[in-house]
Design a protein around this ligand. Structure first.
Ligand code: SAM
Ligand code: SF4
Length: 366
């Protein structure tokens, strides 16, 4: 490691590799055109990181300083992103594409990416996960370009707490961005929040009230061990049960009757205590304490065009180099299928041999 800089670590060679092709071993894979894995899961949900750069520095996601960011032709171009989504839709039947990062709004060509991907037939459902900085001036253009939905990350509506978490005094910019997105018709606006003990846990009910008042749907995500500082601790993290307890101090929560259909968020209807008037819904994503790995339908691409089949993968499979070396769509699809076949059963956070990925969340794509 060079002094003062965070090294992301090169991905290791896949554990099980075909010695002839150098690709992940596909022994036992059925003759299925889709993205299937050894545990019978079928990926139809694609997450693409557009950049590892971000204008915030959330403590659970990035280091305060010292990251080297991918630039220029290390990142996938509009054409390369479109080609990979087309392969995913046409070859594998992928139905949903979510662009993430790092911060996707920092890519100036985001409208072009959305416009180009939305031309694919059948058009996938297209969403973006963002910190919303600058969204108020771009929301209408992004919607016109084909964006269907957004998720905004917002962990506190108290300026000091926001700055403690993100290391930037920019709460007002995020609120302008969220409100601008709603005004542009990017509804329903969903807000993602991570709670940390002693930092923003005491504000959980206030954040829910703020979202309910504006018609935004809040989802709390259990913090996962994807921080650059590797300081996550299973015994001190806030669990879904803790979050329910904090919200119940102000509200009554009743499980939503709608079937969950494998969605990661468990939804609850929210009532003022002692009242039958439903104010809206809140979601809890219990990735750590109630993992949904067995129902996972995701495949991921990093900003430099590598397949990561899980947030917690220790391996990645390069698609961009073969694409730039002239591989056909069918060849790229085969490499992707082979990578997905090797998807791990689960994140394994509760196992004693669990090892946190080298890359922080910002460099994986959340
Ligand atoms: N910059 C965008 C944003 O913040 O929405 C997109 C990228 S961010 C990595 C995607 C999501 O990952 C955010 O909702 C963020 O809260 C979540 N996230 C980041 N690090 C996390 C962690 N260690 N545990 C749980 N969620 C995390
Ligand atoms: Fe940036 Fe999103 Fe990570 Fe925060 S969570 S540092 S906004 S990439």
């Amino acid at each position: 490691m060079s002094s003062g800089r965070t090294v992301l670590g090169m991905p290791r060679i896949p554990r099980s590799v075909d010695p002839e092709t150098g690709l992940p071993d596909t022994t036992g894979r059925p003759d299925d055109p889709g993205l299937v894995d050894r545990f019978g899961r079928h990926a139809i949900d694609l997450r693409i990181s557009l950049t590892d750069f971000c204008n915030l520095r959330c403590t659970y996601c990035m280091p305060a300083e010292g990251l080297d960011f991918l630039r220029g032709d290390k990142l996938m171009s509009v054409e390369e992103i479109t080609r990979l989504v087309r392969i995913a839709v046409h070859e594998f039947g992928v139905e949903q594409v979510r662009f993430t990062g790092g911060e996707p709004l920092t890519r100036k060509d985001l409208p072009e990416i959305l416009r180009s991907v939305s031309q694919i037939s059948p058009k996938p459902d297209i969403s973006v996960t963002t910190n919303a900085i600058g969204l108020e001036v771009r929301a209408a253009e992004l919607k016109e370009a084909g964006l269907d939905r957004i998720n905004v990350s917002l962990d506190s509506v108290v300026s000091e707490t926001f700055e403690t978490i993100t290391r930037r005094p920019l709460l007002h910019r995020v609120i302008e961005g969220v409100d601008g997105a709603a005004a542009a018709g990017l509804n329903p606006v969903k807000i993602n929040a991570v709670l940390m003990p002693g930092v923003n846990d005491h504000e959980a009910a206030d954040l829910l009230t703020w979202c309910l008042d504006r018609g935004y749907q809040l989802r709390f995500i259990e913090q996962m061990p994807l921080d650059a500082g590797h300081s996550w601790n299973r015994s001190s993290m806030l669990t879904a049960a803790d979050i329910m307890g904090l919200l119940s101090e102000r509200y009554t929560l009743r499980p939503d009757e709608q079937p969950r259909n494998g969605a990661p968020a468990e939804l609850f209807r929210v009532y003022p205590r002692g009242s039958a008037e439903c104010l809206g819904k809140v979601g809890i994503i219990a990735s750590v304490t109630r993992p949904f790995c067995a129902d996972c339908t995701r495949t991921r691409l990093t900003a430099e065009g590598r397949v990561r089949t899980c947030l917690f993968s220790r391996d990645e499979t390069d698609l961009l180099t073969p694409m730039r070396s002239g591989a056909s769509d069918a060849e790229v699809a085969d490499i992707w299928r082979a990578a997905q076949w090797g998807k791990q059963a689960g994140h394994g956070m509760d196992r004693p041999d669990f090892v946190q990925p080298d890359r922080p969340m910002s460099a994986i794509g959340g």
